[in-house]
Design a protein around this ligand. Structure first.
Ligand SMILES: Cc1cc2nc3c(=O)[nH]c(=O)nc-3n(C[C@H](O)[C@H](O)[C@H](O)COP(=O)(O)O)c2cc1C
Length: 363
């Protein structure tokens, strides 16, 4: 029940259901004096918002939310106070009637049956709190954490690595173009977006959806972040990523591919196969990880579903759903990474007897 709070030193509670009054977060632990304004949080929220532009309409759900937040506490005259920061994002564009038919039917692949089994009483409209809408609160909290990390010289870059079988060039490849990521609705780091557009269009016509992978690279991280043995940086990131709805896989560095390498290949000091983490502690090299998203469960195509009474029904899901969540969920991945890293930057301040700069030359 009491698992809606995340993090230890930089602790975030999210609240709210998809079709309730608002979603929001309370951030406890953000130090005082951080420059922060609402526009910066709104800019991150706009990156997660559906229907960002004409192109995005092809990839995203047409739920037209403005997603402008209200900062209720913890900020005064453009700076954080060191007190809890409460942020809400009102739910404006709910079409709850889309969900009337789903009151007693469990959408296959979604969380309806398990939430019912667990709580017995739930807000089924839009999936309640199991909705992707909850992640707006994470993005708001992540925007503050990102700001804190920037003050510490740490930046996070995310991109869509794949949509179905369409795979982007690797980071550092000649055709990898960082500037392209935020220019196209798929957040692919290459100019070659037509294939993705054609795939999404075809799937939307069929009433189907597709999975994708988000890749993240964090630079400027000092060595020494992470809390062995139960708060290892890679373990904490895995937990954070897998707490995002529809994330089904996490890889750090070479990830599963490392299992096919020889030790002599994997130990390469130039290739960063470790993804910037050794022994659960950052090495100072870029942090590199992936989160794999399954296909969006809510699809318009007719499919079998179980109803509450155990009968099998044929349903076609109405409502406004993404064809591929990965591009839109990318700011959520970045936000969760930012929250973990902010937590560990603060925790590192407790790790040694003396304050930095340390005699051993570490920052
Ligand atoms: C940003 C974001 C947007 C999402 N949008 C949708 C959506 O429009 N329709 C849908 O069925 N699922 C959507 N999901 C996925 C569901 O939230 C998720 O599949 C569901 O909670 C079940 O959890 P699980 O897939 O992790 O088992 C979204 C997830 C995220 C992170």
């Amino acid at each position: 029940m009491a698992r809606n709070t995340f993090g230890k030193n930089w602790a975030v509670t999210t609240f709210g259901e998809s079709h309730g009054a608002a979603v929001g977060c309370v951030i406890d632990g953000c130090p005082a004096g951080l420059p922060l304004n609402t526009a910066e949080i709104n800019a991150e929220l706009a990156r997660r918002r559906p229907g960002r532009d004409g192109g995005a309409a092809a990839v995203s759900t047409p739920r037209a939310e403005t997603d402008e937040c209200e900062v209720l506490s913890g900020v005064y005259e453009g700076h954080t106070l060191g007190t809890p920061i409460a942020i809400i994002i009102r739910n404006m564009n709910t079409r709850s009637s889309d969900y009337d038919e789903l009151k007693d039917i469990y959408r296959p692949g979604h969380a309806d049956s398990t939430w019912d089994a667990k709580y017995g009483f739930r807000d089924y409209r839009g999936g309640g709190r199991s909705s992707g809408r909850e992640t707006a609160a994470r993005v708001a909290a992540g925007a503050v954490a990102k700001k804190f990390l920037i003050e510490n010289g740490i930046t996070i870059l995310g991109w869509t690595e794949s949509i179905g079988e369409i795979t982007a060039p690797d980071f550092g490849a000649p055709d990898f173009c960082e500037a392209e990521i935020e220019r196209n609705p798929f957040r692919l780091p290459s100019k070659d977006v037509e294939k993705a557009a054609a795939l999404i269009k075809a799937l939307r016509t069929e009433g189907d959806s597709i999975g994708g992978v988000v890749r993240c690279r964090v630079t400027g991280l000092p060595a020494a972040l992470g809390e062995p043995v139960f708060g290892k940086l890679d373990a904490a990131l895995a937990e954070a990523m897998l707490s995002i709805g529809a994330v089904k896989g996490f890889e750090i560095g070479a990830g599963f591919a490392a299992s096919r390498l020889k030790g002599s290949q994997n130990n390469d000091i130039n290739a960063n196969h470790s993804g910037g983490v050794l022994g659960g502690i950052s090495t100072g090299a870029p942090l590199e990880f992936r989160a794999a998203f399954k296909p969006v469960p809510s699809i318009a195509m007719e499919q079998q579903a179980l109803s509450k009474d155990g009968a099998v029904r044929l349903i076609s899901i109405k409502g406004r759903h993404d064809v591929c969540i990965a591009p839109r969920a990318l700011p959520v991945v970045e936000a969760m990474a930012a929250l973990i890293l902010a937590d560990f930057v603060l925790e590192q301040r407790l790790a040694r007897v003396n304050l930095p700069p340390y005699a051993d030359g570490h920052a």
